[in-house]
Design a protein. Structure first.
Length: 586
C-alpha cells in the first residue's frame, strides 16, 4: 500500500524559512522589539472634527492599555471616514497584536483598498491566503509587493503544498506581460514558470525555459534549485543530485539543496548517502518532530521502511510528536504483516484531523486480514471511547461495509444509529447522500427535508435539497428549488457548490445565458467533474461548441473518475467528437 503525504506542512514549506506561509504577528516589517508596539506606525497629521478626534483618542488610549481589538476598530472607523492610508496602516498594525485573523484580514484589505500597492498589506494578505491554501490569491498578493522578487521560492513552496500549477502559471504569464519589471524579476518569473511546467508534466518545456536564461540566472541559487527540482520531477535523478550538489557548494547554508540531494539519493537507492544528508538536515535545522516525520515520509514513498523507522522511533514517547508519526509507524507495521502492532499504533492517534483516518485504516487492515468481526467490534468500542467522533465512526463502518458488498448490513447499521440520534444532522445528511447515490431519491429527499426542518439555516442541506429538486427536472418543483438554493446562497454566498446550483436551476428553467456566469464562477473555485459536466452542457446549448469540446477534453484528461461526464455524453452524444465517443467511461 503506497504511503501518501500525511503532513499538512510540506518539507519544502518547513525548510523555506522566511518564506513560510503561516502568519505570525512577529513576522512584521515593523520593529517588533520596541517597547511601544505602535512606535513604528505612521503619525496622525491631518485635522479632525470633534467626532473623528474622539474616535481616535479612544483608539489611542485603547492601544496604550493593550486593548488592540478596540484600538483597531477605532482606527478602522476613522480610516473609513477620512480615507486615510496612514490611519488604516495604524489599524492594521494594532490588529496584528490581536491574533484575530479575521480582524487582521479586514484591516489589511481596507488598507489595500486605499493603497493598492502597499507592500506590507500585500504581505499580510498573501500570508493569510497561503495559510488557508488559497495559493492563487497568495501569489496575486506576492506579485503586488515591490522589491519582493523571489517568486520562484514562493511557487516552489506552493507547488509542494498542492497548488494547481496551471492556475499559478496563468498568473505568472500575466505578470510577465504587464507592469514594469527589471531583468532579474523577469528571470525570476521565468524560473517560477519552469517549475509550473514541470509540475504539469512538461519537463522538456521547463528545461527549455531555463536554458533560455542567461548564465547568471541559471547559476543563481534559485536557478539551481529550479533545475534540480525539474530534473527530479523528470526522473533524471543523477542530474538532480549533481545540480543540487553544485547549489550546496555555492550556498552551503541552504537546506533545500540537502533535501533535494537526499530525495535524489533515495530514488537512486543510495541510502547511505541519503541518510547522511537527512542526518545533516536534522543537525543543522534542529531535531524537530515535524522534520523527522517529513523525512521519514520520503523514504516510505520509495518503500524504504528501515531508515524511516529509524527516524520515527525516537519520537514515540515525545508529547510534541505529530499524529502522523503513529499513522506512519502503523503503516510500516501493516506492510510488514504485523497487524496487532499496527493496530496499537493506529489507536494512539489522538483526537484531531488524523483520528478518523487512523481508525479507518485500522478497520480496513483487519478486514483485509479476514477479521471483519474484529473490525466491527473495534469501531464499536471506539464509538464508546470517543463520543466526539461518534458520527464519523458510524460513517466509516457504513462505508467499509458498502465496500465489502454488505449493503444490507450497512443500511441496518445506519438506520439503527440514526434512530438512536435523530437530531444528528451530519449522520442524516450522510444517509441522504448515500440514498441519492444509490438512486433512492425518495429517501434522500425525505431526509433532506427533515434536516432542513431541524436546521433551517443549514446552507449545505438547503442547497442539497434545492439541487436535488432541480436536477430531477420536474418543472413543478423549480420554484421551490430556486427558493431553497437562494436561501442557501444568502447564508453562504462564497460556497462554489451553491454557485453551481444557482446556475443549474437557471439552466433547468431554460435560461442558459443566466446559468453560464454562475457555473463558470463555480468552476474557477472547484474544478470537479460535476461542475465540468454542467458547464459543458450549458456552453453547448449557448452555441459555444469549441469551448464546450475544449473543456470536455480537459475534463477527460484531468479526471480519472468521471461518471457524470460519461452520463452527459450518453444523454448528449452530439457533444463528443468521434474520437472521444469511443473513450471508455469510468
Amino acid at each position: 500500500m503506497p504511503v501518501r503525504t500525511l503532513l499538512a506542512l510540506s518539507l519544502t514549506t518547513w525548510l523555506a524559512g522566511c518564506q513560510s506561509v503561516s502568519y505570525s504577528p512577529s513576522g512584521s516589517a515593523y520593529d517588533m522589539a520596541s517597547d511601544d508596539p505602535m512606535a513604528g506606525a505612521p503619525p496622525i497629521t491631518r485635522g479632525l472634527d470633534a467626532e473623528g478626534l474622539s474616535t481616535l483618542l479612544i483608539a489611542e488610549m485603547a492601544g496604550q492599555r493593550g486593548d488592540y481589538r478596540r484600538a483597531t476598530e477605532g482606527y478602522l472607523a476613522a480610516a473609513e471616514r477620512y480615507r486615510s492610508p496612514a490611519l488604516v496602516e495604524r489599524a492594521t498594525l494594532a490588529a496584528r497584536f490581536t491574533d484575530d485573523t479575521a480582524l487582521i484580514e479586514r484591516a489589511a484589505r481596507q488598507w489595500q483598498s486605499v493603497s493598492p500597492e502597499a507592500p506590507v498589506a500585500a504581505q499580510i494578505l498573501g500570508n493569510l491566503a497561503g495559510s488557508r491554501g488559497n495559493w492563487t490569491e497568495a501569489l496575486q498578493q506576492r506579485l503586488i509587493a515591490p522589491g519582493e522578487d523571489d517568486i520562484t521560492r514562493f511557487v516552489d513552496t506552493a507547488l509542494s503544498s498542492g497548488a494547481d500549477p496551471q492556475a499559478l502559471a496563468a498568473q505568472l504569464n500575466e505578470a510577465l506581460t504587464t507592469g514594469q519589471r527589471d531583468a532579474r524579476q523577469r528571470d525570476d518569473l521565468q524560473l517560477a514558470l519552469a517549475l509550473t511546467d514541470s509540475a504539469s508534466g512538461n519537463h522538456d518545456a521547463a528545461q527549455r525555459r531555463i536554458a533560455a536564461l542567461d548564465a547568471s540566472s541559471r547559476n543563481s541559487t534559485q536557478g539551481l534549485l529550479a533545475e534540480s527540482r525539474i530534473a527530479l520531477d523528470a526522473g533524471r535523478y543523477q542530474q538532480a543530485r549533481s545540480t543540487a550538489r553544485r547549489g550546496l557548494d555555492q550556498s552551503p547554508e541552504d537546506p533545500r539543496f540537502l533535501l533535494l540531494m537526499a530525495r535524489a539519493d533515495i530514488r537512486l537507492g543510495n541510502l547511505t548517502s541519503a541518510e547522511g544528508n537527512t542526518d545533516t538536515l536534522l543537525d543543522t535545522r534542529g531535531d524537530n518532530p515535524l522534520l523527522r516525520v517529513g523525512l521519514a515520509q520520503l523514504y516510505l514513498e520509495e518503500g524504504h521502511r528501515a531508515p524511516a523507522r529509524r527516524l520515527l522511533l525516537p519520537l514515540v514517547d515525545d508529547p510534541q510528536a505529530p499524529s502522523a508519526l503513529y499513522l506512519l509507524l502503523g503503516s510500516i507495521a501493516e506492510q510488514e504483516g504485523d497487524v496487532d502492532n499496527a493496530l496499537l499504533y493506529y489507536r494512539r492517534v489522538p483526537s484531531g484531523p488524523d483520528f478518523l483516518l487512523s481508525r479507518q485504516r485500522a478497520a480496513s487492515m483487519l478486514i483485509e486480514a479476514d477479521r471483519l468481526l474484529d473490525a466491527r467490534a473495534f469501531l464499536r468500542v471506539e464509538r464508546l471511547r470517543h463520543d466526539e467522533a461518534y458520527t464519523g465512526l458510524v460513517v466509516t463502518e457504513v462505508q467499509l461495509l458498502d465496500q465489502q458488498g454488505m449493503n444490507a448490513q450497512a443500511e441496518t447499521l445506519l438506520n439503527r444509529e440514526l434512530t438512536r440520534t435523530p437530531e444528528d444532522g451530519d449522520l442524516r445528511y450522510f444517509r441522504a447522500m448515500r440514498a441519492w447515490t444509490e438512486g433512492d431519491m425518495d429517501t434522500s429527499e425525505q431526509d433532506l427535508r427533515t434536516l432542513v426542518e431541524q436546521q433551517p439555516d443549514n446552507a449545505v442541506a438547503l442547497n442539497a435539497l434545492g439541487y436535488t429538486l432541480a436536477d430531477a427536472g420536474d418543472p413543478d418543483d423549480f420554484a421551490e428549488a430556486r427558493r431553497l438554493i437562494q436561501r442557501a446562497y444568502d447564508l453562504s454566498p462564497d460556497n462554489p457548490a451553491i454557485l453551481d446550483s444557482l446556475g443549474w436551476i437557471a439552466y433547468r428553467e431554460g435560461k442558459p445565458e443566466v446559468a453560464l456566469p454562475w457555473i463558470e464562477q463555480a468552476w474557477r473555485q472547484i474544478p470537479d467533474q460535476e461542475v465540468a459536466a454542467h458547464l459543458i452542457e450549458v456552453l453547448w446549448d449557448l452555441g459555444e461548441r469549441e469551448r464546450a469540446r475544449d473543456l470536455l477534453k480537459q475534463a477527460q484528461e484531468r479526471f480519472e473518475e468521471r461518471p457524470l461526464i460519461v452520463d452527459l455524453l450518453d444523454r448528449r452524444p452530439e457533444i463528443a467528437p468521434d474520437s472521444t465517443r469511443r473513450l471508455p467511461g469510468r
